[in-house]
Design a binder for this molecule. Structure first.
Ligand code: 26Y
Length: 824
């Protein structure tokens, strides 16, 4: 048996303090008398970073030396949140740091709070990538993440007079968690010409002579595993002007401005994260970002492979590349180009390598989120890649024609090039054709892609190419870090902290669901978390909420399909119902706090109306003396990972209420349940599997099913669409001006009334309201409520991202963990 190599932490608290002081006095050049919380954060980070680096270097050496197959996770988004807290916990030395900081006069929470979130992502897809990195390291897989080092992360959201205002998120003033690698830089080409020549053997050789070069510089971020010395690498690329000499000549010719302009053009590529979530806008700069990042990453991966001097056919035995949605699909084309144009392989040999190397994860069925790029844009930006795409498509169409000789329409439907005007490249189709496995992210979603958007491809490639890997979350961040008290309580009943490595061990909690004493401790922790959130709400927006009220939370990106509009319509309905009650009856109602949070894409007008309506309802309801503590409506500005860590543990009920069939999985649903909250939700995404695991009695499901959505929409368009009477009352109230100018919310009302109610708000409204009434009833019986929560947590083992990563490793990547021996 291998002895586990111990993590390179501090020997003791004094060792940590000494390092902290050293960093304050030397690295930061300050005196301890002048060390504010921000400096203490910086020095703590530098001290912990030093410890991580030792394990990081050793991990990389070990992985190079053993030369096993590696996984590369390509994602345009990594929503990492904060690093210090995570590093302390994964190394297992947070208590020691707490004691050390306290001795120096600081509270560890205040120090942790100084850190700026690394918010290089929009929502679910980006946070999933971050959870995967945590699991890959914790499970000792040799794995790298590749992404872009945006100078500006997702914008910060302010709420001004009830409206969203976007503020740029410049986050790099001080970032101790990244290491610039100026020695690792690659020139990336754009534009230019393609040349064909015949070599001495009569073979046609194609070469691309780019017209513009941009330099990619690597910045590395260490990813510590939990309770293991494995520390993996996240490599983020930053863009710079390719040649400083060229600029210098220009300076000397007096062309100062144009030289600087060139540099700025290059730097623009990695300047900003596109803030759209599930909406493709086809912007040229975004395509440039994609190629820049993909080309640099592949160059790096190929260079690493070449060091071991293996034959090319062994590439897929050494390399697995996972495409996080279609955003990195150009990697398929780029690898084919490298193999045929630069390495001289035959097309078929190269193509087999490509397909064996890649796997593609689909995260959405929404048509507006499926990426397409115009052929003209490709021709202009990446002329050689367009040729290769045409060839990939030609061979693919020939294959399909042989399989289905009489089906002309099939070729039109499945072609990678959409014959429209303008002609478009369908990136999802390219990703399917270029990968050996395609997976969805929850069972329902994986079934839906097989029967709807990718149906033809199942007929062509057979069903085995398509698979499901239900999403998961890391219990380290989402339980241990976010909810330390609950994690500690669980540890007392689960034989210690082992559940953080094997979440199925939570099942040991089942037998305590009926234990009164245990339930009491459990409820006290939930209450303390609610008090903490109430305090934050009071301090940041001056609204007093009663921590004994039912906290009803919906936090996620604002999107019509996620139906925050239905939630706020439901809140208005509740308000009207309370107002209409006799005071005696009113007093007996269950008090609630409706908590919202989430960003709207800056150009998404409807989403912005939703935010405005929530805030407008809040300012009426929260100031209505008839209502008092019975109902409060709160919109928490700038929802992000670190706010999630505070909000999720404070929830009694969370809302996951997307129109059935639209939310691929959802992952916050898992986080809320793991933190002892219940769900009100539709039969959509992972809600279905959560129900299967935790039991139908422990979740509040409502609404129409995915299989009925098509017919209902059809009925809206061609039959008559009679609105739900309760919803009509809500609309009447909005139109009376109760919540401000009705015109401000005209779009929201019209989308249901006039424009076919695409998201079925009216169809689901009645059962939504009724189900909320059931929640109120259930919450009255606190003993039973808590017991539902305990049972649910006990049954959440399946939703660890560790389980999820092991499934990818086995069924898609064919990689194994690298066991850490004591001597290596
Ligand atoms: C095309 C482009 C602008 C684009 C950018 C971001 C398209 C999509 C996205 C983001 C998608 C996303 O976050 N999807 C979510 O992925 C989660 C992880 O699989 C799922 O849980 C969630 O249901 C899905 O909406």
């Amino acid at each position: 048996a291998w002895k586990k190599h111990s993590v390179s932490g501090f020997s003791d608290k004094d060792g940590f303090e000494k390092e902290l002081v050293r960093h304050v006095e030397t690295t930061l050049a300050r005196s301890m008398y002048n060390c504010d919380e921000n400096a203490a954060y910086a020095a703590s980070s530098l001290a912990f970073r030093d410890r991580l680096i030792l394990d990081w270097n050793r991990t990389q050496q070990r992985q190079t030396y053993r030369d096993n197959k590696r996984v590369y996770y390509l994602s345009l988004e990594f929503l990492m949140g904060r690093a210090l807290d995570n590093a302390m916990l994964n190394i297992g030395q947070k208590d020691l740091a707490k004691a050390g900081l306290s001795e120096l006069g600081y509270r560890i929470e205040d120090i942790i709070d100084q850190e700026h979130d690394a918010a290089l992502g929009n929502g679910g897809l980006g946070r999933l990538a971050a959870c995967f990195l945590d699991s890959l390291a914790s499970l000792n897989y040799p794995a790298w993440g590749y992404g872009l080092r945006y100078r500006y992360g997702i914008f910060k959201q302010q709420i001004v007079n009830g409206y969203q205002v976007e503020v740029p998120d410049y986050w790099l003033h001080f970032n101790p968690w990244e290491f610039p690698r100026h020695d690792i830089s690659i020139d990336i080409g754009f534009h230019g010409q393609v040349h064909k020549k015949t070599d001495e053997n009569g073979k046609t050789v194609t070469s691309w002579e780019p017209g513009q070069m941009v330099k990619a510089v690597a910045y590395d971020v260490p990813i510590p595993g939990y309770d293991t010395p494995t520390t993996n690498n996240l490599r983020l690329w930053s863009s710079e002007a390719a040649s400083e000499e060229f600029d210098f000549q220009r300076f000397n010719r007096g062309e100062y401005e144009s030289a600087v302009a060139e540099q700025q053009t290059a730097e623009t590529i990695s300047a900003v994260l596109y803030p759209n979530d599930n909406l493709d806008r086809g912007k040229e700069l975004r395509l440039k970002q994609q190629y820049f990042w993909v080309a640099a990453s592949l160059y790096d991966i190929v260079r690493r492979f070449k060091k071991s001097r293996r034959p090319w056919r062994e590439f897929p035995d050494q390399v697995a590349i996972q495409l996080n949605d279609t955003h990195p699909t150009l990697a398929v084309v780029e690898l084919q180009r490298v193999l045929i144009d630069l390495e001289g392989l035959e097309w078929d040999d190269a193509w087999n390598i490509v397909v064996e190397t890649f796997g593609y994860t689909n995260h959405t069925v929404l048509p507006e989120a499926l990426e397409k790029w115009s052929v003209g844009l490709f021709q202009h930006l990446l002329p050689r890649h367009l040729q290769i795409i045409y060839d990939i498509n030609l061979f693919f169409l020939q294959k399909v024609e042989r399989m289905f000789p009489d089906d002309r329409d099939m070729l039109r439907r499945i072609s990678i090039i959409e014959e429209a005007s303008p002609k478009m490249v369908r990136m999802a189709y390219l990703a399917i054709v270029g990968s050996h496995k395609v997976n969805g992210v929850a069972e329902l979603h994986s079934d839906l892609i097989k029967t709807t958007i990718f149906k033809d491809f199942v007929a062509i490639f057979g069903p085995d190419k398509f698979t499901n890997v239900t999403n998961g979350i890391t219990p380290r961040r989402w339980l241990h870090q976010a909810n330390a008290k609950l994690s500690d309580l669980i540890a007392t009943k689960c034989e210690g902290n082992g559940f953080l490595n094997d979440l199925t061990m939570l099942s040991k909690l089942e037998k305590f669901a009926e234990d009164k004493e245990f339930r009491k401790e459990w409820a006290e922790i939930k209450f303390a978390n609610k008090v903490r959130l109430a305090k934050y709400i009071k301090e940041t927006m001056g609204i007093s909420v009663n921590p004994s009220a039912l906290f009803d939370v919906q936090v996620k990106r604002i999107h019509e399909y996620k139906r925050q509009q239905m939630n706020i319509f439901g809140v208005i309905h509740r308000y009207l119902t309370l107002k209409a009650m006799a005071p005696e009856k009113r007093k007996k109602q269950q008090p609630r706090v409706s908590i919202f949070g989430g960003k709207a894409a800056p150009g998404y007008w409807m989403a912005k109306q939703i935010i405005h309506l929530i805030n407008s309802v809040g300012s009426v309801v929260n100031n209505d003396a008839d209502i008092g503590d019975l109902l409060k409506v709160v919109f928490i500005a700038d929802y992000n990972v670190s706010k999630a860590e505070m909000i999720i543990p404070a929830s009694d009920l969370s809302e996951h209420i997307s129109t059935a069939g639209t939310e691929a999985s959802g992952t916050s649903n898992m986080k809320f349940v793991l933190n002892g909250g219940l769900i009100i939700g539709t039969c959509d995404g992972a809600n279905i599997e959560i129900t299967r695991e935790t039991g139908e009695n422990n979740i509040f499901l409502f609404g129409n099913l995915a299989e009925d959505v098509e017919d209902l929409r059809h009925a809206h368009t061609y039959g008559q669409h009679s609105l739900d009477p309760d919803l009509v009352k809500v609309f009447d109230e909005i139109n009376k001006g109760t919540f401000g100018s009705p015109e401000d919310f005209g779009g929201l009302v019209a989308s249901v009334r006039e424009h076919g109610d695409y998201y079925l708000v009216s169809d689901d409204f009645h059962s939504y309201i009724e189900t909320h009434a059931l929640v109120d009833e259930a919450y009255k019986n606190q003993e039973e409520w808590v017991s539902k929560c305990v049972l649910s947590v006990a049954r959440m083992g399946f939703f660890s991202s560790d389980r999820c990563i092991n499934e990818y490793a086995e069924s898609i990547w064919n990689v194994e963990p690298l066991v850490v021996k004591d001597d290596a």
